[in-house]
Design a protein around this ligand. Structure first.
Ligand code: PAF
Length: 324
């Protein structure tokens, strides 16, 4: 079940003080972190953005925020901190958006754990699977909300972000580690982004995971825009082959018996984001670490567990790990 909760902050409600905009910390100053930090600050929250980039001056900073198709650049004030400077300030964290790369998520949360209390609520927006249990182990029960987002964002340079696509963020608890879904409103961000609560977040996580496992490595290897996976027949054939391999994991996932068509869904997302440079392609172009470990690499772990043969996926992982 998905519950609609479009909470675009209403200015008159805001001035009447009806909407609570508590302090928010956003961990990770990449595209998604800067998008959420900007949207929360624009909604009136006091936002601390936590970066690991020690070359940036801590303290009051502006994020430059743009929306695709709109020339306006808005300066959004935030407090920029590193986990070290935040520890020195001894600033308690009540609400945290975890927006790091998947391979950094556990270390990043651990780096601010001493500032969290048993009440701290965390929304994890990192992609991929295989690390959420470790995050939950760092927090009190029921304090980790998973967010699965289709919002698009691009970091033009440090602290300069463009909202490239308006999507939706599903928020929910994993594995019926429920607090009842009704307790989510207490952490719902007063943010001008579309979001909904879901009591089947694991299905949403798997859907995004499989689509990422299909689109990301191929766009990185072929060095192509997402849309070319549909329009170029050779790329499309490879995508289809990869999706056949990915579909073999469905019976071991929350999507078993849900008629989820991996290829159709990958095509749909690739078409909807046709002009986009996927995150893995971008990282690959820039020689940065790839988010393989919790995407296609995680499939290799599952493949071993369930004796599934996935030669194309294995080959893509090897090529990408070798930096090809
Ligand atoms: O990782 C990404 O870049 C995106 O989630 C998507 C839509 C798969 C490709 O742009």
């Amino acid at each position: 079940m998905v519950t609609d909760n479009n909470l675009n902050l209403n200015k008159s409600e805001e001035s009447a003080g009806k909407v609570s905009t508590p302090e928010w910390h956003v961990l990770g100053a990449g595209a998604v972190g800067c998008l959420w930090a900007s949207k929360l600050a624009l909604a009136g929250a006091a936002v601390t953005l936590i970066t690991r980039d020690t070359s940036l001056a801590t303290g009051k900073q502006n994020i430059q925020f743009r929306t695709t198709g709109d020339d306006a650049v808005i300066d959004v004030p935030v407090s920029l901190q590193t986990s070290q400077s935040l520890s020195r300030l001894n600033q308690a964290i009540g609400h945290l958006v975890l927006a790091t790369k998947s391979y950094d998520a556990v270390t990043a949360l651990a780096s601010v754990k001493q500032l969290c209390s048993t009440d701290t609520q965390v929304i994890c927006l990192a992609n991929g699977l295989g690390f959420h249990q470790q995050l939950e182990d760092l927090l009190s029960p029921g304090r980790l909300t998973v967010g699965v987002t289709t919002d698009g964002a691009a970091l033009d340079k440090a602290l300069s972000v463009t909202h490239t696509g308006h999507g939706t963020t599903l928020l929910g608890y994993r594995q019926n580690h429920l607090p009842p879904i009704d307790s989510l409103p207490s952490i719902q961000p007063a943010v001008d982004l579309q979001w909904q609560t879901s009591n089947d977040i694991e299905s949403a996580m798997w859907q995004k995971f499989l689509v990422n496992c299909a689109i990301n490595p191929l766009t990185a290897i072929f060095n192509c825009d997402n849309g070319e996976l549909c329009s170029n027949s050779q790329y499309r054939d490879t995508l289809r082959l990869l999706c056949v391999e990915l579909a073999a994991f469905l019976p071991f996932s929350p999507l078993a018996n849900k008629n989820f068509d991996v290829f159709q869904q990958a095509i749909k997302v690739a078409e909807a984001t046709a002009a986009n440079i996927s995150s893995m392609r971008r990282d690959h172009q820039l020689g940065r670490r790839l988010e393989l470990e919790h995407l296609n690499g995680y499939l290799l772990t599952l493949a071993k567990e369930h004796a599934i043969d996935c030669p194309l996926n294995r080959d893509l992982c090897s090529q990408l790990q070798a930096g090809n």
